[in-house]
Design a protein around this ligand. Sequence first.
Ligand code: NOJ
Length: 736
Amino acid sequence: MRTIVLFAMSLFPVLCASAADVDRRIDDLIARMTLQEKLGQMSQSTSLKTPLSDAMKAEIRAGRWGSFLNAGDAKDRAEAQRIATEETRLKIPLIFGRDVIHGYQTVFPIPLGQAATWDPDLVRQAAREAAREAAADRIAWTFAPMIDIARDPRWGRIAESLGEDPYLASQLGAAMVRGFQGDSLAAPDSLAACAKHYAGYGAVEGGRDYNSAWIPEILLRDVYLRPFQAARKAGVATFMTAFNTLNAVPATADPFLLRDILRGEWNYDGMVVSDYEAVTNLIAHGYALDAREAARKSIRAGVEMEMVSTSFYDHAPDLLRAGEITMKEIDDSVRDILRLKFRLGLFDRRPLPPAPDHSRALVIAEKAAEESVVLLRNDKNVLPLSKSVEKLAVIGPLADSPVDQMGTWSMDGRADFVRTPLAALREMLGADRVIYARGLINSRNHSRAGFDRAVRAARDADAVVLFLGEEAILSGEARSRAFLNLPGAQEALVDAIAATGKPIAAVILAGRPLTFHDAATKIPAILYSFHPGAMGGPAIARLLFGDASPSGKLPVTFPRTVGQVPIYYAHLNTGRPPLPSDLGVPMGNPANPQGYTSKYIDVDYTPEYPFGFGLSYANFQYSPAELSSNTLPPGGRLRITAQVANSGRRASDEVVQLYTSGPLGGSVARPVRELKGFRRVHLEPGASTKVEFTITTADLAYYNPKMQLVTEPGPYRAWIAPDSASGAAVSFEVTK
Ligand code: NOJ
């Protein structure tokens, strides 16, 4: 009995230890640490190589490093941790961080695809599985969620984002934090999460990665910071600074972001890590003359751990001697780093979690893939296909490409877990009913050598499914694109297959919104699956053949052409909003003489597909929204309800969305609509349900020009709608 009790206590003493106990232990350690040991804690390295070298072992023994990222294997990590906790002077454990962005061994849809599920609990479950798998490999910290608002599909990192909307990204980002961190950070299968990249990285000019961001404070607070504040509220353990300058100050040395807002306004007591060499990047920014100045500016601003570059370690001693930084700044950083290690139970030899159950993770991966796929078009109900189809042609460079289907950031992803659409369709229909032709060797390929075979395959089949899009390496970090079209000769492949006259559906696997306006005129049915992860194949096969109905909704606006970017639904109205009569400008016509409104003369002002959009195999009807009152007093609540019915012949989930706008006549012009709530409901054919949302004046709050969060009185509007561009508005008044 005694042994069991002792064992249990040794596992989770941190759960029982009060915050005051931990603070005492931290103070005690800090009092005993040398400056070199403190700076070691503030240093994170990638150079833990397999096998662990003697030189690295000696560095760990000397307390040179507090953390490693993306380095070594589980065995190296175990040995490095053993040395840190047994052979260093103060036995301070290391913390191993890694980019576990959308799954570890089991890869879930890319974050942008997960955002298309609009299903926070599913997103939480995916993060939970990722944490279990990664923790079993001795990783304690993930650099996720990435909650940069992304409104520019040229930016390759839109793939890692949760889309364009602060409310959706807040809900899903917080769900990821809860999933990674579990109920307690000290549990063996929890990871510390990291809210990144703080802040403004999604607004890099021209969508060019690492570029400058200019964001007026009102937009920063109303849009870009909201998901970070939500992550903070969800208890995120760490923040990562962004690479970019924000309004001319590099985010990695910005006291306004790090001290005034994060610590001051949000009262954050977690830890702040820089991005990869972002501290010494201050030199290229022209913000620091040398590494010494870079260290000074970052430390003073509140960066606590330096990723990869070594300016803190190299220059802090001299900066201290010269009085340019203080020992309090160093101690505060070390305190936050040690507190994180305590919270994770690392000081108490955090045990390994049970071996992960990959089959459970794969079930969640399939559900997430299924919910993430967005049906963009389904003319004449081409989809779902009938299982009585005799021969199906499966064509395209992305039908059978496991690595591409996993998407960006899947360095630990198990390709052997991946089930491609081709494999799933062969299994579903029988291999002899599927004729496969790749058409192009990859998505960028310009050679038409494979077209003849692909056309023959289409001719020999009753129906065709084209798998188009982007390979994994075309999105993600440093993968900005100036063109958003289907790369390579894919449009020509579409032409060749469309000319056969066979019924065609396309599945587009991509890391960003692509523009495919012309191709879409030749393809009656389009499913957009983003990069769907390990179980994309079975999920797509089930959707194609109606075993499930598509239910994903776009987390980002799809432009008609790259020239419309940035285009997002929550824009201001302008003084000369375009009129419905301005619609229908032919693509490519430069000489349209219509009126002096805010539009283009060569393309419609509307997006190709609006935010929130997604069809299904059901037929959903929305009743007009009803309000519990026409007025909302300060501090009051308003109920908004609508009846949603499925008048179709198939069951499906529907994501019902609540938008508001207003007030008119306030101290600032306000967006035409803003998402304020959403609910995923399931409706059988003929069924209907009442969907109810409650809003308060706090939900409507926004920043005024004095940077005060206000809900001014005046007329507001609300919509309960299937997407951001439809539905009928109801009006109410916020009273004084
Ligand atoms: C740079 C990326 O910006 C960041 O997101 C990532 O976590 C780090 N590298 C570590 O790999």
